[in-house]
Structure formats: structure tokens, C-alpha cells
Design a protein around this ligand. Sequence first.
Ligand code: SIN
Length: 281
Amino acid sequence: MRMESTAVADYNRIKVTPTTGTIGAEISEVDLRQLDDELIAELDHAWMAHKVLFFRDQDLSHQQHIDYGKAFGELDIHPFIKTVDGHPEIIVFESDPEKFSAAEEWHSDVSFQECPPLGSILRGRTIPAHGGDTCWANMELAYELLDDKTKEEIDGAYAIHSYVKAFGSGMSEEKKEAAYEQHPDQKHPVVRTHPVTGNKILYINRIFTLTIDGMTPLESRELRYRLFDQAKIPEIQTRFRWEPNSIAQWDNRCTQHYAVPDHGGHHRRVERVTLVGDQPF
Ligand code: SIN
């Protein structure tokens, strides 16, 4: 299996400690309130190399969270998830034992948009004493590990992504229709290419991908579920134990993540800014 670069010698401003040989790195000796071009360039380099970066003890105000996100590009405004008062760029994930959260399933963020996010930056606020970790999977390796027959089967295929499964269930028919007008189904390649690295990525996820174009939902079901399950391979994953003021920053184009719902009803709140991305190709 292809391992990620574990070189640390190239960094002058940050310490980069990989969390596994395939995805993720903890970044230390950095204060994300003090940004400059050289620091952002090093963080960006580490981000592209490791796909998910983790930081501890970053006591950011809401505005500093937004500013940190903006250092990597324009911020997206999520159409459905509640936001922090006065800061529409920051969405809130707050646990509710009575309600299923779309984050509690393997997914990449907002793939129902024509241009899904480039990346997301999630900050821990209220963290349960146990449980509530988040896992990420390297979807480039998920693609590489497919057998040749499956690779042939999905070469040139497109899939349909929709908001409806994750966000449509509590909506009236009228509201659903209005939302659908603003967010019609999107067709994305099942295998996309990373615009920076040129690597191939398996781009299909359990929450937003409804079917494979040209197949009925029933026909595509077996293939989709086989592809979804690639994210579950332990060797391509990293897992993060949250603390208040921890930050996770992921490349949304080539990873999926899963918020593990094992905190037994204990309160968990995390907040995210999301970076506008390009149309997958
Ligand atoms: C998300 O999907 O962005 C939230 C993940 C989490 O709650 O850990």
C-alpha cells in the first residue's frame, strides 16, 4: 500500500507528526491566531501531503476560526445546517440523542453541490468524556485498492448526488421542492482527479450518492454499497480523539469522514467552516 510522505525536514515553522502511514498528521508548535504567508504555505504543503491535519489547544474566537479558514480560500455557506449567531460561515454540529445526524455516517461534505467543498476546518467545543471521535479515510487509497474489474466498471461512470437523504427527511413536500429547485441533483464522476496532486479518487459516499447514472437504483445498489465500503478499510483510516479547542482540517476532495456516535447521549458540540471547491472532473 502506498504510504504518505513522512518527511519533516522540509518544515521550518511547524512540527509535522504523521498519525498513520496512510493519512493524517498532527501539527504542533503553531498558533493559528498568528498567521503569515510562510506559515500558511507550510500548512498547505503538509495538508496536501497528509490530507487531514490535527491541532491541539487552539483557543480561537469565532472570527479567528473564520480568518484561519479564509487563509485557504473562500468560505462556503451551508444551505441546511444551523449556524453560530452572527457568523453564517460557521455551522454547528450539536449532539441530539433523539436525532440521526448525517455526520454519523461515512461521507464527504456537501457533495450535492455543483462545486463541492475543497476542505473543512472543524473545531472541538464541548467534548464528551468518552467517545465522539471522528475517523477519516484516504479515498485515493480506497480507489487504488479496488480490483481491476471494478476499476474498469467505474471508469468514466457518473453518480447522482442529492441533499435529500441527509437533509430532506424532516421537510414538508413544499419545502423539499423549494430546496430541490435551489439544489438539484448533481452528476459527479465516480472517479475524480485531484486538482493539485493529479491522483485518482473514489468519489462516492453513503449520505449523498443516490445512484449511478444510467442504472436504476436497484441495479446500482450492489456496486454503490461495495464502493461505499472501501472507506471502512482500517489501513486507510486515521481516528481523532477530540479535546476542546482541537482542530481537524481535511481535504474534502480526497477523504471521507465519520463522526462515531458512541458518546452515549453525552453532549458534544463541534463547529465547522467549509471552503468553496471546484467542480469535480
Ligand atoms: C462533519 O461531518 O463535518 C462533522 C464531523 C464530526 O462531527 O465529527
